[in-house]
Design a binder for this molecule. Structure first.
Ligand SMILES: Nc1ncnc2c1ncn2[C@@H]1O[C@H](COP(=O)(O)OP(=O)(O)O)[C@@H](O)[C@H]1O
Ligand SMILES: O=P(O)(O)OC[C@H]1O[C@](O)(COP(=O)(O)O)[C@@H](O)[C@@H]1O
Ligand SMILES: [Mg+2]
Length: 548
């Protein structure tokens, strides 16, 4: 039977021999014997007594059954009001690879190293704003598939190797939690570069913890990782953060570098934080893995959750990072301006540089949605300027045919073309990322040199627009704000349920929990072999840059 309330799979009701006629011969009636009126997932929880019969159950409003297998229908039929909540406490195998060949990525849990932690009923049950309806709680058996596009032909890899489908735990509230709200001291930190929506995530973590779970001790760690040990945390509450979703940047401030593992974990212990929410990109998530490992090593009752942030959208597994859509939308303004400038000049070229350290997602999506772009250069493709099949030859043709051209370049594109001094080759930012040279500015001067050399007597204009910081410093748009809210709430539910060392993110349109270790190393690069890149080429008509 599928329970209507929590939509679990078929459940086995284990019942006491004397409970009622339906259960004769079974082993055990309720998990807890003889207590009444406790609060759990069902609002009014009744625990049966050994030896009671069906008439003893008749007056009860609601009953909570914990089961692990067969049909619960006989039990509900014992009740006059026939209202039963069935919680699936069925243990799922660690690696359930059969019968549907699914591999569930194991999510770290506090009880992995603190086995004596006791679960509590979810405080949402008592929250007058929620009244958890049917299907509210997520069971540990609910998963989100990592891949939803499969090739079912016999010779495809998935079919021929019988490789299991990777699945992730579905995000959302659990009926049991491992934190008592009055004992929670939560910390929120933002690290790395800016991204639209960071303030929304902070706001929603504060509001969600406060309103949903009644947490009253919520702190912001300022200035990134270094802030744990070098700054006093600031107290946050819904009143303080209520407007933050309308602000770009991060009100907590951010920084690169400053990652000192022992100092950070010492500070977490010193401040008594037991929930740590870390908002950041790939570098930040690698730091979060180390923090989680150290906390485990010290056997601390502290949960760590990551919320992936990157305007570059270079983090793998998740559909996209928050703020990415806002960035693509903002990029349109720059492309439009470049187009107007180029069209209004004789032999005009509009050149726009967009962010993307090692991936060209913003450039790719901005190009596809604009339709005014004639060439899109990203770090994932090889290209060259001079000679047959090169950029200059293409632009010459475009200018001849249309009188103008628009170029979009990702900041990480063509970095190996720009001559660097020895010092520039070594230059790193505080986090150890290679400092890039300005490809847009370099390309502009190369374009001018080319034109002066080959077309000295003809007019030519290059208008270079660099909106990079402007794009990432804006507040999130409505879609991203919603995403930020749900990803923050998902993180809260996961931490409350005792999960740790995980990241909450969107996978194939559903919110899921992913081990942070996996996220820290999963890259999301533009696949230049798939149809999306082919579409870019068809929209722009740009060359394949294949040398003859
Ligand atoms: N491999 C790593 N191990 C531990 N901390 C790291 C690692 N890489 C980066 N960090 C830290 O994470 C923070 C943000 O990293 P950074 O690369 O600047 O931005 P992002 O997280 O946005 O990619 C910095 O404080 C940095 O020191
Ligand atoms: O903020 P900085 O230090 O100028 O760094 C700029 C970099 O930050 C980004 O906007 C985002 O990078 P991260 O997600 O790694 O923080 C990159 O696109 C860009 O290369
Ligand atoms: Mg990064």
């Amino acid at each position: 039977m599928n329970c209507e309330r929590c939509r679990t799979m078929a459940l086995k009701v284990v019942a006491d021999a004397d409970a009622c006629d339906h259960f004769q011969g079974s082993d055990e009636l309720w998990e807890k014997q003889g207590s009444q009126g406790s609060h759990c997932c069902g609002r009014s929880l009744w625990y049966g007594k050994t030896g009671v019969n069906s008439s003893a159950l008749q007056g009860d409003e609601r009953i909570v059954v914990r089961g692990d297998g067969t049909d619960a229908a006989p039990l509900t039929s014992c009740l006059r009001r026939k209202e039963a909540t069935i919680l699936n406490t069925a243990k799922i195998p660690e690696n359930p690879s059969s019968p549907c060949s699914i591999h569930l990525q194991k999510l770290p849990h506090l009880t992995d190293y603190l086995p004596n932690l006791k679960p509590l009923p979810n405080p949402l049950e008592k929250n007058t704003l929620y009244h958890p309806p049917a299907g509210f709680y997520i069971n540990q058996s609910e998963v989100v598939l990592g891949k939803i596009i499969l090739d079912l032909s016999a010779d495809s890899e998935a079919v021929s190797s019988h490789s299991p489908q990777v699945a992730y735990s579905r995000a959302g509230p659990r009926w049991q939690v491992f934190f008592d709200p009055k004992d929670i001291k939560a910390a929120i930190v933002t690290c790395g570069g800016l991204c639209p929506g960071m303030n929304t995530v902070i706001r929603e973590l504060v509001v969600g913890l406060w309103e949903m779970y009644g947490v009253r001790q919520i702190y912001g760690v300022t200035a990134g990782y270094r802030g744990f040990y070098s700054r006093d945390p600031i107290e946050l509450n819904p009143k303080l953060v209520h407007n933050w979703h309308k602000l770009g940047g991060t009100a907590l401030e951010t920084s690169r570098g400053g990652f000192d593992l022992n100092k950070i974990v010492d500070a977490i212990e010193h401040h008594g934080f037991n929930q740590v929410y870390i908002i950041g990109g790939d570098g930040t998530m690698r730091g979060a893995v180390n923090i989680f490992n150290e906390i485990q090593r010290r056997k601390l009752n502290i949960a760590v959750a990551g919320i992936p942030k990157t305007v570059d959208n270079d983090i793998g597994i998740i559909d996209r990072s928050f703020g990415f859509q806002t960035a693509v939308e903002m990029a349109q303004q720059a492309i439009n301006a470049a187009h107007v400038e180029a069209e209004s000049a004789v032999n005009g070229i509009g050149l726009v540089k967009l962010m993307g350290r090692s991936t060209g997602h913003i450039a790719l999506h901005a190009t596809l949605s604009s339709r005014d772009v004639d060439c899109c250069l990203i770090p994932e493709i090889d290209f060259y300027l001079e000679g047959e099949g090169g950029l200059f030859e293409f632009l010459e043709k475009q200018l001849k045919e249309n009188g103008h051209a628009v170029l979009v370049v990702a900041e990480g594109a063509g970095q190996d073309m720009i001559p660097r001094t020895e010092a520039q080759k070594e230059e790193r930012d505080e986090s150890g990322n290679l400092v890039f040279l300005d490809f847009g500015a370099w390309l502009k001067s190369e374009l001018k040199n080319w034109w002066a050399r080959d077309h000295a007597n003809e007019l030519f204009t290059v208008k270079y627009i660099d909106p990079t910081y402007m794009i990432r410093a804006v507040p999130a748009n409505a879609t991203d704000n919603l995403y930020c809210t749900l990803v923050a709430y998902s993180a809260i539910h996961g931490v409350m349920a005792g999960y740790t060392g995980f990241v909450s993110g969107l996978i194939n349109g559903n919110y899921a929990y992913i081990p942070v270790e996996e996220v820290a190393h999963a890259r999301n690069e533009v696949n230049t072999k798939d149809h999306k890149w082919a579409w870019v080429r068809s929209v722009t008509n740009q060359p394949d840059f294949v040398k003859p």
